[in-house]
Structures are given as structure tokens and as C-alpha cells.
Write a protein that binds this ligand. Sequence first.
Ligand code: ATP
Ligand code: MG
Length: 386
Amino acid sequence: MSKSQKSPTVKPATRERGEARYFHGRVKILDNFKELLGRAKAGNSGTSILIQAAPGAGKTALLHEYARIARAQRWQTAEIDPDGLFDPAELSKSLRLPLPPKRQETKTGGNVQVLHRESTSEHYLPTTLDILESGRKPLLLLLDEAQTTATVIPRSNHEQFTSALKLVKAIHNGKVGRPVILIAAGLGATAAAFDSLGISRFDPGCRINLEPLSEEARQAVIQDWLLEEGGAKGDPTPWIHAIACETHGWPQHIMAYVWPALRQLKSTDGELTPEGLETALEEGRKGRIEFYKARTRGIPGEQLHCIARVIANAPSGTSFAKMDIMASLRMEFSEDKAEKIFTLALHKGILDERENRYVVPIPSMHDWLVDNFARIPEPLFPPLDP
Ligand SMILES: Nc1ncnc2c1ncn2[C@@H]1O[C@H](COP(=O)(O)OP(=O)(O)OP(=O)(O)O)[C@@H](O)[C@H]1O
Ligand SMILES: [Mg+2]
């Protein structure tokens, strides 16, 4: 089990998302990363790591942990957005470098001629790869919400797409001329986005799907919050077990229960009362449902119904072939629309991809979808008797 880390940068506003105040678990993933840092430095190379996981699985918290470890080993770290992969100005900002010189245009006989990088050093327009190649220090690039990459860098924009492609390939193959590691983390469409950039095979341990926290880690997180933050007096074990049991090791859910638990502890001056626990669990359950509602916002009930009826008779955690879900969608929608709904479900994290099969990632989310959408919606007006 990793030691809890109390980071002064974590603000209360980040309650259920982002950097963890008490980070636990993910031990093997982080051990692999430490090894990778060593190898990249020794070989003056690098690679990319892809984390594809459902909403609230702990992607952003893990990115912060990676950055903390890398900084401790004297790596420079930078958070980038997808446009930083092709836009030299964006990448420079992320790396805290001065803005690169602009491409100059001259008119020759009425035609606009672009002076390329070969022209003179004065007109040198660095690509994003040039910018990375110009540095020496080992560099860790962190790309969160990476499922948006395909939308931000459409194939139709040839220049941007090629620029991003060259950069990502060079990093992935360790050919930047200095140690550079790119970590991309996002929801279910992330692997497909990287596939379109020509990156589909990863080094061992570099294609990560975040599972729920282990029993030990989930208990450690809850314990830290209750004792350190809530000032709980006495034995917190019943509280820890009750919260751990309802949250399935799902980091976002743990936090959705931890905050009401802290409120209860505040009101009883740290006393762990059974009534306090009951109220905290009630509020945690409400928070969990709010989270599902937020994930499904903007997807009409008829569309959720098509997904819910596929999973209705299977235990939570069962994965399905895309064609099973598409067949259900096609019963109500055109092929095009069905494909769009499927992609939206992936983008919103209602479905998660596991080796080319698709699953509703959280057990209680599965149950919520089935309870609320599997039955055919009642018609507004019952049919008239003949
Ligand atoms: N290993 C961990 N130990 C302790 N707390 C964690 C851990 N992982 C995540 N958390 C906490 O759980 C909550 C959800 O995590 P996080 O925001 O990283 O999830 P995410 O996968 O990035 O979610 P989203 O898809 O919504 O961006 C955050 O409050 C975070 O601090
Ligand atoms: Mg996140």
C-alpha cells in the first residue's frame, strides 16, 4: 500500500474530482512507471502511456501522482491539451517557453509564398516536434481528457493532423532525442483516438485500464479522510466498512460518501454515532445518483432504454459485443443515429471498452440504468378500449 500523501495544493473545491488529498493504491501501475522513468533516462528515449477508464475511476488523481513521482526524480512535467500536440504556441505555453516565432508570408508575383523552416533561421517556424527536440531535460507530458483528441484534431485538417501524428509517433518510439514520456488519460474513446494517430500497440504496462481500488486501498483512503480530516474519535472500522461496501472501490463514489461523513463528524465533534453513519450513507447514495444523472444528461430516455434493455438480464460487470448494443439501438434508430448514440455513450463513460467489448463500468451504475430505463416507458395516454 502506498503511503498517504497530504498535498498542500488540494483545495476543498475539488471535492469529487481531481488530485487526491490521500492517494492510495495503484501500486503496480506506479512501480512500473518508476521503472519506466529510469529506463527512459538511461536510454535517452521514452514512450507513451494510455489510460482509458470510466468516469470517476481516478485518472486525473493518478496523473497528479505520476507528476509528483517524476518531479521528485527531476523530470520536468507539463499538462497539455490536445491542441498542444500540433499547435506550437499552445505547447510552448504549457512548457513555459517563450512563444515561437511566427511563419512569415511574402508576396511573389501575386502569390502568397510561405517561407518554410528551411528559408532562414529568422523565418524558422518550429513544429511541436521541433520544440520538444530543442530541449534537453527529461520531460513528462500529461494529457487529461484525452478522449477529446479525435475531435480537436480532425483528420480533415491535414496540417494539424500530420503535425500531431509526427509528435506522438516520435514520443511513442522514443525518438525525440531526450527522455520524453506522454501520458494520455481519458474515457472510453481514448484508445480509438490514439489509434487514429497511428498508436495502437503499447509497451508492457503502458496500456492501462483502471480497476476499482483494492479493498486495502479503499479502506486506507476512507480511514485517512475520517481520522485526519474528520478528527474521528474512537474506532472508525464500522464506518470504513459501510462506506467501502457501498462504493465498490470506485474513487468518485468514495468521495461522494466521504464528504457527508465529514459533515456528520463535524456536527458531533468527531463522535462516530450510528445515526451519523446512517445519514452519511443516505447522502452518499444521493450523491452517487446525482453522478449518474450528470453522466447521462443530454441523452434522451429512449436512447438509454436501448442500452439498458441489453444489460437488463445480465449481472453487472458483464461485457457485450458492440453488435449487441447496436442491434438494440437499430431497432429504434437509423444506422447513423445508432452509431452516434453508441459513441456518445462511450464519450460520457456510460459504456467502457474492455478489449473490444463494452461494459457499464460501475456495478451501481448498471443497476441504476436497469432500474430506471430498462422497462419500456409507459405511454402518456393508455390506448382506448375497443
Ligand atoms: N487512488 C486514489 N486514492 C485516493 N483518492 C483517489 C484516488 N483516485 C481518485 N481519487 C479521488 O477520487 C475522486 C475521483 O477521481 P478523479 O477525478 O481522478 O477521477 P477521473 O477518472 O479523472 O474522473 P473524470 O472521468 O470525471 O475526469 C477525486 O476526488 C480523487 O481525488
Ligand atoms: Mg478526470
